[in-house]
Write a protein that binds this ligand. Structure first.
Ligand SMILES: [Zn+2]
Length: 427
């Protein structure tokens, strides 16, 4: 995204988006584009939800007020397997895609069909930089599948049981490339090794495997690419705008500079300009106009490097760092911030009647965790049971931990800065 694109996009928002027209009424824009951009506020999910009617396009359900819009966005009962919903309004097709906020609560964004089309078009272009013959038809999509057989698989629950089905279908269809999450790839790899299917899979000559959502360790990349005899390509994306970064043939992940401007900010939301300095990811998309993302806070910890890459792509190289020391769940292989978000997502989606509004999970001793939370008085016991059950399912050695529950919330979120985290270790 060039400076010219940025100027055009800011002008678009100023003229068409109520939230930003108001912002520019109070902020005179006689500065340079760099100054205007750097002064504009970092936008969090909370800011968006607090201003939802002004923030999204007037064309979507114009007769609805903020509260009714939030009800529609928070409705998780009608989601498809991909956490999507389709709504026809104003003679237009709209797509609602849900992701999770920092407390695991669903956060939904709005897209038009054309915005979605451009997102997938860009990804196909990136895949063609790895293999010019790759397309959606010759891909084995284990993520947002199209194939009726792959659509039936329950990726979040009985994946292991379905592995023979996945593998047989892979062999039968002989795809050119594979798309899957890191988790699915790990399971598929295990299945192949345990069943001595390495020769069978090498015979398929898969050109590349695109993984997303989590980083593989270097040793895993080596083992898995040897097993498949193909290249592993890492894709950094999010539900909001899809692609943010894609590996090049030299193994560097370049940021998406076609429709995204990706920057890092410090805890106070100030831009970090220095090469290789750690910060939180914010993104601006010139593509998404109905539900804009402008200096939108994603919060992934990363560094950016501006050195030249042999592949010729001049966009910065991003290195995702997983998380910080205080985010680690000590004595496990997990980041508490990530794993407990997953646990809470399960609770929010299935047991919304617990009415869990606040939670803070503190690892205060090597094998002791204190949970402070606000839940419906009548469901405290049940919440405790569910929390422990889902945690044991998600966290390998969770049973080694002692957990204390307090049904109070002695924290003030105002001091939390941009990212109110649900987990921290104070060791
Ligand atoms: Zn490169």
């Amino acid at each position: 995204m060039t400076n010219n694109d940025l100027i055009q996009h800011i002008n678009y928002l100023k003229d068409n988006n109520i939230f930003y027209s108001k912002y520019f009424q109070d902020h005179v824009d006689c500065n340079t584009i760099e100054e205007i951009y750097s002064n504009m506020p970092v936008i969090t999910k909370n800011i968006i939800e607090d201003n939802i009617r002004e923030y999204i396009t007037k064309d979507f359900m114009p007769y609805m007020d903020s509260k009714s819009l939030i009800d529609i966005f928070h409705d998780v009962k009608h989601l498809s397997g991909n956490y999507d919903r389709e709504i026809i309004d104003n003679e237009k097709r709209w797509f609602l895609e849900s992701t999770t906020g920092s407390t695991g609560y669903p956060f939904t964004v709005l897209k038009t069909s054309s915005e979605k089309l451009w997102e997938s078009k860009y990804l196909i272009e990136k895949r063609k930089t790895i293999d010019s013959n790759a397309n959606m038809k010759n891909g084995f999509l284990l993520l947002e599948p199209i194939d009726p057989i792959l659509k039936k698989i329950r990726y979040r629950s009985t994946l292991e049981m379905d592995m023979p089905l996945i593998f047989n279908h892979l062999v039968a269809t002989r795809p050119r490339w594979i798309l899957c999450t890191t988790l699915v790839l790990r399971k598929l790899y295990e299945f192949i090794i345990n069943n001595n299917f390495v020769d069978k899979v090498r015979d398929l000559r898969i050109s590349f495997i695109e993984t997303t959502s989590q980083k593989l360790y270097d040793y895993e990349i080596k083992e898995i690419s040897e097993c498949f005899n193909s290249r592993i390509i890492n894709q950094y994306g999010c539900r909001e705008v899809w692609n943010l970064g894609y590996d090049c043939l030299y193994g560097n992940m370049h940021t998406n500079n076609q429709y995204i401007k990706l920057d890092l900010v410090d805890n106070n939301g100030n831009l970090i300009e220095k090469s290789n300095a750690l910060g939180d990811v914010i993104i601006t998309s010139k593509l998404h106009k109905s539900f804009p993302f402008f200096k939108y806070y994603l919060g992934d910890a990363a560094t950016l490097s501006y050195e030249k890459c042999k592949c010729g792509n001049e966009s910065p190289i991003i290195n995702l760092c997983g998380g910080r020391e205080k985010d680690k769940l000590i004595n496990t292989k997990y980041f508490g911030t990530e794993i407990f978000r997953k646990v809470l997502r399960g609770i929010h989606y299935k047991y919304s009647y617990y009415n869990l509004t606040k939670i803070k999970i503190i690892q205060d001793q090597p094998y002791h965790i204190t949970v402070y939370c606000l839940v419906d008085y009548n469901y405290r016991k049940e919440f405790r049971k569910t929390f422990l059950e889902i945690s044991s399912f998600q966290i390998e050695n969770f049973d080694c931990f002692q957990i204390s529950f307090f049904y109070t919330y002695p924290y003030s979120d105002e001091n939390e800065g941009l990212k109110p985290e649900i987990f921290t270790n104070i060791l």
